[in-house]
Design a protein around this ligand. Structure first.
Ligand code: NAD
Ligand code: ISE
Length: 337
């Protein structure tokens, strides 16, 4: 069985996902693409649609991949749910809590999970091993998680001042909930001396996530740090710590000293995680549903982003208040595999 997929949004990640769907993964075919530059990057034989809505409603498309900008996601997700089609949506799910609730209401009314959110860290082998270690309980309860999220640069003009908190931080919010099996209950933000490389961006920022158990997560977000894409994580528990390895793991020793390379960007660091998230999505979408990060998880991350934006202005601890979790999304966070 081959899943016939339509891709909306053919920018940086849209093109990378089209590459993996056409050249890396099996049991899937990209039959449609939409947006202005789609014709230039459409795989051979794919139909180019003028609008996302036309693509979603097309009978040739069985499942949809959304790679447009966050503010466009709500309408496209609602169209997919109305058409009853499984949809992989790049993060962030949406950019406001109200929009997340509307998507959740539509999916709950449909009665089956259709939406998978692109929180690819959950599919990364290093994060999976870290979670599996924590879930054994061998280190005792997790008390603190230090999460470092550094980008070499971000697209000038497109990446705006709120985005460290409502586009980048959402990954750390989601992975903290998933790793610690916990919910974020409050957010503090501190803005240190501003990097001159980030023009008018709020960059870097330090975020403190207060978890329901009392555990604390500190997050460094730097989006113009020049030297590379550096993702780190260490969980400090009652009887030990567990941390992510640096990637790539190869250590070079030569006349210049000892060093490890740093990935250029998210495409390089998480290449295998993206492949795996799509392998699992293709299998689920083929059954008419979704797996992994859900609309509920996208909603949770959006609430954290909203609270972080408030906290950056107020300087106070801003609460995160989640609505009742619909039974469609289970009762606990996903266990480690
Ligand atoms: P981009 O600007 O390179 O591409 C976005 C594309 O979407 C553009 O081509 C734009 O024309 C198109 N678009 C915007 N609104 C649209 C609409 N209403 N209908 C159809 N197309 C529309 O951006 P990008 O870096 O590829 O990011 C796209 C999305 O992917 C964002 O939500 C971003 O947060 C997410 N992303 C996720 C990761 C990850 O690590 N999971 C990495 C990068 C980007
Ligand atoms: C981008 O959209 C991503 O999702 C990357 O993973 C993240 O590191 C980057 O900051 C975002 O802009």
């Amino acid at each position: 069985m081959t899943l016939r997929v339509g891709v909306i949004g053919t920018g940086m990640i849209g093109q990378d996902h089209i590459r993996r769907l056409t050249q890396v993964l099996s049991a899937v075919e990209v039959v449609a693409v939409s947006e202005a530059r789609a014709a230039a990057v459409a795989p051979e034989g794919a139909t180019v649609f003028a609008t996302a809505g036309d693509l979603i409603r097309s009978e040739t498309v069985e499942a949809v991949v959304i790679c447009s900008w966050g503010p466009a996601h709500e309408e496209q997700l609602l169209d997919c749910i109305a058409a009853g089609k499984p949809v992989f949506c790049e993060k962030p799910l949406v950019t406001t809590a109200a929009a997340a609730l509307r998507v959740m209401e539509a999916e709950v009314a449909f009665g089956r999970r259709l939406v998978q959110v692109g929180f690819m860290r959950r599919f990364d082998a290093d994060y999976r091993r870290l979670k599996a270690t924590l879930d054994t309980g061998m280190l005792g309860a997790p008390l603190m998680f230090h999460s470092t999220h550094r980008n070499a640069s971000v697209p000038v003009g497109l990446y705006t001042s709120d985005m460290p908190l409502n586009d980048t931080l959402v990954h750390d919010a989601d992975i903290s909930r998933w790793l610690l099996n916990d919910e974020v209950t409050g957010v503090e933000v501190r803005v240190p001396r501003r990097s001159r490389r980030g023009s008018d961006l709020r960059d870097p920022v330090v975020v403190l996530l207060h978890m329901g158990s009392g555990a604390l997560v500190d997050v460094e977000i730097s989006v113009n740090i020049a030297y590379g894409y550096d993702i780190r994580g260490e969980v400090s528990c009652e009887e030990g710590t567990a941390s992510l390895p640096l990637r790539p793991a190869t250590v070079i020793r030569d006349i210049h000293g000892v060093r490890q390379l740093v990935p250029a960007d998210w495409r390089e660091r998480f290449i295998e995680a993206y492949d795996q998230e799509f392998r699992e999505w293709i299998a689920a979408a083929g059954q008419g549903t979704a797996t992994g990060p859900s609309t509920w998880d996208g909603y949770a991350a959006t609430l954290v982003a909203d609270a972080a934006l408030r906290a950056a202005e107020s300087g106070a601890l801003e609460p995160v208040r989640m609505s009742q979790r619909p039974s469609l999304y289970g009762t606990t966070l996903e266990p480690a595999r």
